[in-house]
Design a binder for this molecule. Structure first.
Ligand code: GLY
Length: 362
């Protein structure tokens, strides 16, 4: 088992990564907290797969363990779901020393974490992420919250968990599409911060959808180390460092938005965003052509799209203008300088963006 510290002044915590550790949850929690009650929050399909294991593991804490399901899907990541969950928490008489355990992907983690943040002004919670995307990104760093009908992730808090328990074994029941989704984020970490990780993925490019157990554990650990390092230096995203995690979001979100969030999964939009950002960087002579090619090859090997059809460059440029990071008509991009290094650039000329988009639009 690996232990990665997220070193924050008062709110520091450990991320544990290891095969089978979902069964050791009580041992991980008990040195930190003797909860009065526990409530596991999950969705119906995760409950079916892992609900019993997690409840049995938590029974070792010798207190009441309740389990509540919330509906699956981003369309339920809203205040109505939070309110229903809060009703259940009040009904179960959770108090300040009760513990919420979030068992699921990013949607469950964001909702449960937010409910923990506002119930009685904050009770402890543990993240047990069950998708690759959540294991390498959303379960770490304390961004919790829900969508507003007019904007994603608009309502929320920074609220750090007591610990994060990452068991790569739970990924074996995920459909390939989900694994690909997470792999886009893993490749993203390689591009922004870890050439060694990128090289490792290249060496195993024939088996990215089903990495062997030891390798998968190592890959997840490396991503968590990067995320922990960034979060502990800029926990509330004030210095601009944490915003490099939003690398490719400027274009990725624009692609998701012009395709009505229906055509591409988040990971697929991230993949196309990685390519578009690389092309902008190459056109601006920030990134060597060779590095751009390596990204293209790795994304294709991971089964991810690197081109886009049926969409005009102008609609993407308009969507970029509406991005919440754009201010007073100035756009803001995080662009790669090499594999493992990025730079923030503002006010990229629309002609440059258009040239790059033309290369990916088919
Ligand atoms: N997922 C981006 C962040 O945690 O800041």
């Amino acid at each position: 088992m690996h232990k990665i510290r997220v070193d924050l002044e008062r709110d520091g915590y450990n991320i544990f990564v290891g095969y089978g550790i979902i069964s050791d949850l009580a041992e991980l929690i008990s040195p930190l907290l003797k909860p009065s009650r526990v409530m596991v929050v999950t969705n119906p399909s995760i409950d079916e797969l892992h609900g019993v294991t997690v409840r049995e593991a938590l029974a070792q804490l010798h207190c009441d363990v309740a389990l509540e399901t919330i509906p699956d899907g981003e369309q339920h990541k809203n205040m109505a779901t939070v309110e229903r969950l809060l009703d259940k928490m009040v009904g179960a008489r959770l108090d300040r020393s009760s513990l919420l355990v979030s068992l699921g992907g990013g949607v469950v983690g964001d909702i449960a974490g937010f409910a923990a943040a506002i119930y009685m002004r904050g009770i402890p919670y543990v993240q047990v992420p069950t998708t690759l995307l959540a294991q390498v990104d959303s379960a770490i760093g304390g961004k919790v919250g829900v969508d507003h009908p007019l904007a994603k992730n608009m309502i929320g808090a920074f609220y750090q968990p007591l610990l994060v328990c990452i068991d790569p074994a739970v990924l074996s029941s995920l459909p390939d599409k989900h694994v690909r989704n997470g792999m886009a984020e893993v490749i993203k970490y390689g591009v922004i911060a870890d050439e060694g990780l990128f090289g490792l993925l290249e060496r195993h490019s024939n088996s990215l959808e089903r990495l062997d157990a030891g390798l998968l554990e190592d890959v997840i650990k490396r991503c968590c180390q990067i995320k922990a390092r960034i979060v502990q230096q800029d926990v509330r995203e004030t210095t601009g460092l944490r915003s490099i995690l939003n690398y490719v979001h400027t274009i990725g979100h624009a692609i998701e938005s012009v395709t009505d969030y229906k055509r591409f999964s988040h990971g697929e939009a991230v993949a196309i965003g990685i390519m578009a950002s690389s092309k902008i960087a190459r056109i601006l002579k920030l990134l060597p052509e060779e590095a751009e090619k390596r990204q293209n090859q790795l994304l294709i090997a991971a089964g991810l799209p690197t081109t886009l059809s049926g969409v005009g460059s102008q609609s993407i440029i308009e969507a970029i203008k509406l991005d919440k990071k754009a201010s007073a008509g100035q756009n803001k991009f995080v662009l790669p300088r090499s594999i493992g290094r990025v730079v923030v650039k503002e006010n990229i000329p629309p002609e440059t963006i258009e040239l790059a988009l033309k290369e990916i639009l088919t």
